[in-house]
Design a protein around this ligand. Sequence first.
Ligand SMILES: Nc1nc2c(ncn2[C@@H]2O[C@H](COP(=O)(O)OP(=O)(O)OP(=O)(O)O)[C@@H](O)[C@H]2O)c(=O)[nH]1
Ligand SMILES: [Mg+2]
Length: 208
Amino acid sequence: MKESAFDLTAIVLAGGKSSRMGQDKALIPFQGVPLLKLVCTTAASCADTVYVVTPWPERYQHLVLPGCQFIEEVPLLGESRNEPLTHGPLIGFAQGLAQVKTDWVLLLACDLPKLRVEVLQEWSSGLDSVPEEAIAALAHHAKGWEPLCGFYRRRCLPQLLEFISQGGRSFQQWLQYHSVQVLTLPTPEILFNCNTPEDWAAIQSETY
Ligand SMILES: Nc1nc2c(ncn2[C@@H]2O[C@H](COP(=O)(O)OP(=O)(O)OP(=O)(O)O)[C@@H](O)[C@H]2O)c(=O)[nH]1
Ligand SMILES: [Mg+2]
């Protein structure tokens, strides 16, 4: 159930190399639930429509993700269909955003086991007071913006496509050209990123 004052779409990214994990992060279980399913369930609690953007939807068909629709990534001009599509999260986001109809979209990585619905809902309820010039509302941490757990205006798509067409692939570099509203993090733990076997072991051993 959503609590924001307007319609919201969520995009969940499930692609990439998972090279640090050594196996597809989207499918590793946390408390018995594959990470992608966990994140999609959280997303569906905050948004009316949830898109899972992935180069390989068939890999996740069996997960049963209620209320979620797959968007299959397509190669960029010059990319081969025979190569694995690992062109990065910025392009995955752009291909998802092209399908979005709502003014705001919540973008989430699939490797965020500690997301909290109430925090996302609290953030989304404040979106109507984000200054018009800001293209996104994101949390900030020591290394810069956290681009894969926050909100973007749909109207940023043309600027994003322009940046990509010039070879841009980095969220941090793209965002530095734009005004972004800071989201307050109640606890940094929410953004915990499960990238390595050690990260995974750490969350497995926690007791709840
Ligand atoms: N759809 C899509 N998602 C991607 C792509 N690359 C990364 N992601 C997603 O972006 C999020 C963050 O990915 P990272 O943890 O930075 O990188 P990764 O490539 O998955 O893993 P490493 O190889 O260990 O860096 C995860 O949800 C990935 O599934 C991509 O090319 N397409
Ligand atoms: Mg990560």
